[in-house]
Design a binder for this molecule. Structure first.
Ligand SMILES: *[C@@H]1O[C@H](CO)[C@@H](O)[C@H](O)[C@H]1NC(C)=O
Ligand SMILES: [Zn+2]
Length: 324
């Protein structure tokens, strides 16, 4: 007969294993020095050379005429938002099968798996992850896709395994119409998952396309980067749309006020859940065809202005009143 201490040792070992597992999964944070972004550098690929997010400098983005509008298939299906969960760091929405992303520069068809958001604390404290020309928007929506329907755990091992669509949300009193209403409807679900670990099925009448609204799917920046949370896997083809989705300031305020980062409704709010900007390094950001077409006039006029300036100065220096 096995001695009495055998099950005791086994249970202690199991507890220790589970303890270390959960602490390595949940030990990072955004806002405290002992677990904040500076400490992530020792985790996964967080200290790598193609990290996200970045500040996108529009004037330095290289026009790629073959980057047309991305194609979204079945994003208009309101039955695809299956479940919402409070992870303690964000809200994560699980998506049903059959939502696809394709487009130039994406080596394959990508399947949408989930979406989540990043925010600051209300309109006065913006919290998007990417910046455009130094501007931080109120919030950022990330729709996460994997190549050929891979699992996320497999996709992070492939340098092009994940495609994320990033949309900015800007809180504005001017937000009106169908898109603003869709966000108000969606935000009503937050109160059902106010504590960390809570999840609930969605019986939503809102589709991803309703949330994306009238965003021009042809106006975007493209670059290669990483996940913005540990382990910061360098597996992401980023598509960051240039124009923000306008939402009511109440929607922006609801995320930090409804959601808590612990399993207590009196615990700390989830706020400022965005990673600091990373170095762009040797990378180049590309601009889609119609994005650069809009600024083509200023692009063309630069050499024209220079010629005009040279002409005027040459003319001036050759004129007799120079002596005056
Ligand atoms: C995609 O992967 C999911 C999860 O593994 C699976 O349930 C689903 O059937 C797959 N879809 C297709 C179209 O193969
Ligand atoms: Zn994200």
């Amino acid at each position: 007969m096995a001695p009495i201490w055998v099950p005791v040792v086994l249970s202690v070992a199991l507890l220790l294993f589970r303890g270390s597992y959960s602490s390595s999964e949940g030990s990072w944070c955004y806002n405290e020095p002992q677990c904040g972004p500076n400490t992530w550098l020792s985790v996964g690929e967080c200290a790598g050379k193609r990290q996200s997010p970045i500040n996108i400098i529009s004037a330095e983005a290289i026009a790629n005429p073959s980057l047309g509008a991305v194609t979204l298939t079945n994003y208009d299906d309101s039955k695809k938002l299956l479940e919402i969960k409070n992870t303690g760091k964000t809200v994560d929405i699980e998506l049903g099968d059959g939502l696809y992303l394709a487009g130039h520069g994406l080596p394959s068809s990508y399947t949408a798996k989930s979406f989540h958001l990043h925010w600051g604390n209300g309109v006065s404290k913006p919290g998007s992850e990417h910046n455009i020309d130094g501007k931080r928007y109120s919030m950022e929506l990330h729709i996460v896709h994997t190549k050929n329907n891979m699992s996320v755990s497999d996709a992070v091992k492939d340098p092009e395994g994940i495609a994320v669509l990033g949309f900015f949300l800007e809180g504005s009193e001017k937000a009106k119409g169908k898109t603003a209403q869709a966000w108000e409807l969606f935000t009503k679900n937050l109160q059902k998952v106010s504590e960390k670990g809570e999840d609930t099925d969605l019986t939503s009448t809102v589709s991803l396309l309703d949330l994306v609204g009238s965003t021009d799917l042809g106006h975007y920046y493209r670059y290669s980067g990483s996940l913005t949370t540990p382990k910061c896997s360098e597996a992401v083809i980023w598509t960051v749309f240039a124009k923000p989705i306008l939402v009511s300031p109440k929607v922006v305020a609801a995320f930090p006020s409804e959601l808590h980062s612990t399993d207590s409704s009196s615990g700390p709010q989830i706020e400022n859940n965005f990673r600091p900007l990373q170095k762009i390094g040797e990378r180049k950001v590309e601009a889609s065809a119609s994005l650069k077409a809009n600024s083509a006039s200023s692009f063309i006029s630069q050499p024209v202005m220079l010629l005009f300036f040279l002409f005027i100065t040459t003319l001036a220096s050759s004129l007799p009143f120079q002596r005056l």
